[in-house]
Design a protein around this ligand. Structure first.
Ligand code: PLP
Length: 429
């Protein structure tokens, strides 16, 4: 399938035409653990990676493979790996490059679960995360030293909703030989981070890609655009013999296959050793979700735009946080990388502070009160009393959470119904 096709078409067609065994048009759910080898030679070749094929579903599965191919085509990458959650994807992205004693630099504007992984769990493994302020792209350069293995950031991080300066930081990284990993969870189809210099893209597919709140999953996509070999000793996991694979050097081993050293190593080492594969059933759900993702993203963006405009003029609302309402450098960052809309997330601050925030949430009748984002349904949360309640007041402010802040993940219901629910809940707040 040609990558010249448009995203709407790729979302329906890339990576699969029909099942070769049955001619089924829907992607089959290959609910199998293992795959019969044709012969002992065939088995030996598969294990030695002389031939690529299915061995065991912890490492590869034909249903997951379709999702991987489809997302690779949509993002303009070279190969992908489906894993069991967005958290597993973030974890693998870093562990694929960092060993104990290494460091990496991350934007401070990231999902709280990723923050915990980076600040605590990876620290316990001897990997240091250096957090820097993304409003100053040069802070990435200043935090880099000879042991820095990668940069990490989110395209559209909430609650601040300041779009990350992808090109500026990717350029700094390419100057210093450091790849940029982008979490594009909140902006699928709206932003293609590879177009702006990112080396790796990851997703929590749990959100917009699934779109229906049914399944947990994650994806990592390799842009195939980073010269790992040029980094030499900086990337020992890819450039030095791997004792767990008969001394394979991944950048050498992939030469007949293309520039897939990063993602192949993640599959055959991290997935093999640490587990966390995506289940075929969930891959099927994500493939279903992908089919309508272009339509849904359009509706999310249109509705979010209208919700932001409505809140912007409301007497109970002190401020609205939405990329389309920003100006200056943050707006320029958004316009540089996002096309087709500014996403489905809208934040706003109630003039009445924390009590008003809680009353507003309790007053909602249509919108769900949940911690999730990216569902087809509209969702709301009051971070100061929930997701950010363990932080001090000062830390809350640093992350962009004021006492009266409410986060909306605007869904695809009829806009009049969403606005009516917001309006009646605001009347109570
Ligand atoms: N990245 C972002 C931006 C998220 O919002 C989340 C979850 O909320 C994750 C990663 C983690 O994904 P998962 O919940 O699928 O493990």
């Amino acid at each position: 399938m040609s990558n010249a096709l448009r995203p709407e078409t790729l979302a329906l067609h890339a990576g699969f035409r029909k099942d070769p065994a049955t001619n089924a048009v829907a992607v089959p759910i290959h609910q199998t653990t293992a795959y019969q080898f044709d012969s002992t030679d065939h088995a030996e070749n598969l294990f030695a990676l002389k031939e690529l094929g299915n061995i065991y579903s912890r490492i590869m599965n034909p249903t997951c493979d379709v999702l991987e191919q489809r997302m690779t085509a949509i993002e303009g990458g070279v190969a992908a790996l489906a894993v069991g959650s967005g958290q597993a994807a973030s974890n693998f992205c870093v562990l694929n490059l960092c060993k104990a004693g290494d460091n990496f630099v991350s934007s401070t504007d990231i999902y709280g679960g990723t923050w915990n992984l980076f600040a605590n769990t990876l620290k316990d493994l001897g990997i240091e995360c250096r957090f820097v302020d993304p409003s100053d792209p040069e802070s990435f350069r200043r935090a880099t030293d000879k042991n820095t293995r990668c940069y990490y950031a989110e395209t559209l991080p909430n609650p601040k909703l300041n779009v990350f300066p992808i090109k500026q930081v990717a350029d700094i990284g390419r100057d210093l030989g450091v790849p940029l990993i982008m979490d594009n969870t909140a902006a699928p189809l709206l932003c293609r981070p590879f177009d702006h210099g990112a080396a790796i893209v990851m997703y929590s597919t749990t959100k917009y890609i699934g779109g229906h709140g049914t399944s947990i999953g994650g994806l990592v996509i390799d842009g195939g655009n980073f010269d790992w070999e040029a980094g030499g000793d900086k990337f020992p996991t890819l450039n030095q013999p791997d004792p767990s694979y008969h001394g394979a050097v991944w950048t050498e081993a992939v030469k007949p296959l293309g520039p897939i050293a990063y993602i192949l190593r993640m599959r055959v080492i991290l997935l093999r050793d640490m587990g966390a594969p995506m289940s075929p059933m969930n891959a099927f759900q994500f493939i279903q979700g992908l089919e309508t993702l272009p339509l849904r993203m359009r509706a999310h963006c249109e509705n979010a735009e209208k919700v932001a405009a409505f809140l912007n003029g409301h007497e109970k609302v002190a401020s609205v946080i939405f990329p389309g309402l920003q100006d200056g450098a943050t707006r320029a960052n958004a316009d540089a990388v996002m096309t087709g809309g500014y996403g489905g997330l809208v934040g706003f601050e109630l003039a009445g502070g924390k009590p008003a925030g809680k009353t507003f949430i309790d007053g909602l009748e249509l919108l769900y009160h949940v911690a999730n984002i990216g569902d087809a349904r509209s969702l709301a949360i009051h971070p100061a009393s929930t997701t950010h309640s363990q932080l001090s007041a000062e830390e809350q402010l640093q992350t962009g959470v004021t006492p009266g802040y409410v986060r909306l993940s605007v869904g695809i219901e009829h806009i009049d119904d969403i606005l009516a629910d917001l309006s009646q809940a605001l009347d109570k707040a």
